[in-house]
Design a protein around this ligand. Structure first.
Ligand code: ZN
Length: 136
């Protein structure tokens, strides 16, 4: 496995518009786009900082895992995403090491990236996302 960069940090928010008042207006990080990810029932906003992005996640349904997260733990850091060169190979490698995966096969996340989540039980409590970007 070859992790290349912290791709993004996902932050659960109740309202992207309200969160942008801080991240964009007060902190000065420009939002480069907002996208609906229907599969995960979230709206995401991207705010690149160097090679890494802050990803704001607003649930679009009460069924959204992000809605459940906010309900249980409040707004805040939701997951850490690390980019890898070959996601299928990374997942196979982790599986062989006995790491508990939420997604055993990649799915498509925001920006068309291939993503898969690793279970916090295997990471010391961090919801870890592995991502592979096709344009890289
Ligand atoms: Zn993410």
């Amino acid at each position: 496995m070859k992790p290349t960069v912290v791709d993004h940090i996902g932050i659960a928010v109740k309202s992207i518009d309200e969160a942008l008042a801080f991240w964009q207006d007060s902190l000065g990080i420009r939002c480069t786009g907002v996208e609906d990810v229907a599969e995960q029932k979230v709206k995401t906003a991207f705010l690149p900082v160097g090679a890494t992005e802050v990803e704001l996640l607003e649930p679009t349904s009460e069924e959204s895992p992000v809605a459940k997260f906010i309900e249980k733990r409040g707004e805040g850091i939701h997951h850490l995403a690390i980019r890898v060169e070959n996601l299928e190979a990374a997942l196979a490698e982790m599986k062989a090491k006995g790491i508990r995966l939420i997604d055993e096969t990649p799915r498509y996340g925001a920006g068309g990236a291939k993503i898969a989540f690793v279970h916090p039980k295997s990471t010391g409590g961090v919801l870890l996302e592995l991502s592979e970007r096709s344009e890289e």
